[in-house]
Design a protein around this ligand. Structure first.
Ligand code: AMP
Length: 454
């Protein structure tokens, strides 16, 4: 399948070719032709599937053709709502990239920074606006933005907007839009609140589903280390001594935890940055840029801050804490193995997190291989406040066969063939269920090139 076969116009084809994209991804192949006919769309897709281009290309094309057909004045006609600032910036950048030969103008607004430059951008005349809900509502309330001409609306990462408590703001914004419009809703998962929202705002939508959340990205090698909480940062430092970890996005459940991890790594002389909600927008952006440019090897992030982060050739995702929501695990590890590249996902699991691991394995329908031979095997098998554990003597036998609480012997989860040790470890391919894909994109995973925007 070629982009040209999707009915895409030359100025956009040229921009896509300039990015080095050779073939549309499955979601692009499915969604673009439908969106060009003006249909509403319910997209079940996570980041990493190429969904931004799947909605940006048709929006750009429809607006470009309207202008060519004689619409003189620039009007704000397309609105993309997205949960985080990072994602908003990335989406706006994508519109600029794919739209570079269309003459259309995109602006981006989000909270945490002064509003004046954003207001000036709105006033200067734009066609497309990418926004986080809170700041947009704020500007609407101040009457500094008018959505009366919006004919296309995209709700991106709707499930994450729900998690972040934005749904009320989103509904208030939608109430200010003309009812005659094309609406697209993307969500990696479909909790019932989002299904209800989709039902209320989409008219006869077509549904496009790629990478269902119950499948993990097929190219990612997953592994888990059983380790006590107090030893996790020691284990992390140990793993980072391995040159195989070129770049690692380390997930922490809490902001405080993210700071603690980054301090511990800094002390060990590892170039690290942290992004989370307590950091200023500038600090977050500069840490992200340093990471993208390879100036720092490790970026520690909370789930919300990391949402949508797109880093070229991210070699490892490390779950310092396991998420209590299993879908979050899928979102996290999807940061690596993007656009056809393989990646590795390493998880640390302490005693208290074993239930989370069980939920994750149930969701992805894969037993994650356990790395048993490492210097900080789990010693605490009950719920107590853990204290730093002495490092096990090098070469010590793993405690992978351990007594459970009742004192019975319990076999560890079987490691998959190919699982190796922490050092120089190439954890075994999980054999995750293949990603379900519909239509086209046969060259997407194998042959596609990464975007230059990353
Ligand atoms: P997204 O899911 O929109 O965040 O896109 C994930 C990554 O894939 C981004 O780096 C895009 O630049 C890249 N990408 C999108 N479409 C294609 C394509 N057809 N071929 C190669 N890379 C792509």
């Amino acid at each position: 399948m070629k982009f040209r076969e999707l009915g895409i116009i030359d100025p956009i084809l040229k921009a896509v070719a300039r990015e080095g994209y050779e073939a549309p991804s499955p979601i692009q192949a499915q969604a673009i032709p439908l969106l060009l006919t003006g249909k509403d769309l319910l997209g079940c897709a996570q980041t990493g599937t190429g969904k931004t281009a799947a909605f940006a290309i048709p929006i750009l094309q429809i607006l470009y053709e309207q202008r060519k057909a004689g619409q003189k004045k620039r009007k704000l006609q397309a609105l993309i709502l997205t949960p985080t600032r990072e994602l908003a910036l990335q989406i706006a950048e994508s519109f600029q990239i794919y739209g570079r030969y269309t003459g259309l103008k995109t602006a981006v607004i989000f909270g945490g920074v002064g509003q004046n430059p954003q207001v000036a951008a709105l006033k200067s005349g734009i066609d497309i606006l990418v926004a986080t809900p809170g700041r947009l509502l704020d500007l609407l309330n101040q009457r500094l933005c008018n959505l009366g001409d919006i004919s296309m609306l995209v709700l991106d990462e709707a499930d994450r907007m729900l998690d972040m408590g934005f749904v009320r703001d989103v509904k208030k914004i939608i109430a200010q839009l003309p009812s005659q419009r094309q609406t697209l809703l993307f969500s990696a998962t479909m909790p019932k609140e989002i299904a209800a929202l989709a039902d209320s705002i989409l008219h006869n939508p077509v549904t496009v589903a790629v990478t269902p959340v119950s499948s993990t990205v097929e190219l990612i090698d997953q592994s888990v280390y059983f380790v006590d909480k107090a030893n996790k940062s020691h284990l992390l430092k140990e793993l980072l001594e391995d040159g195989e970890i070129v770049s690692a996005l380390v997930f922490s459940r809490t902001k405080h935890g993210a700071d603690k991890i980054s301090r511990a790594l800094k002390t060990a002389g590892i170039a690290v940055g942290a992004i989370h909600g307590n950091k200023s927008q500038n600090a977050r952006q500069s840490a992200l840029n340093d990471f993208k440019e390879g100036k720092i090897r490790v970026l520690v992030a909370t789930d919300i801050a990391a949402r949508g982060i797109d880093v070229e050739q991210l070699s490892h995702v490390i779950n310092f804490d396991l998420p209590n929501i299993p879908e979050t695990y899928v979102h996290r590890i999807g940061r690596t193995g993007r656009a056809g590249l393989s990646g590795k996902a390493i998880s640390f699991c302490d005693f208290d997190e074993k239930a989370y691991l069980k939920d994750i394995e149930k969701l992805i329908d894969v037993k994650i291989p356990v790395i048993e031979d490492h210097p900080y095997p789990m010693r605490i098998f009950e719920h107590i406040e853990s204290k730093a554990q002495p490092r096990a003597a090098s070469g010590s036998v793993s405690q992978a066969v351990r007594p459970d609480r009742a004192g019975k012997r319990k076999e560890p989860r079987a490691a998959q063939p190919g699982a190796k040790s922490a050092k120089g470890g190439q954890p075994g391919r999980t054999g995750g269920r293949p990603v379900t894909k519909g239509g086209g994109g046969s060259h997407w995973r194998g042959d596609s090139r990464r975007s230059k925007k990353d």
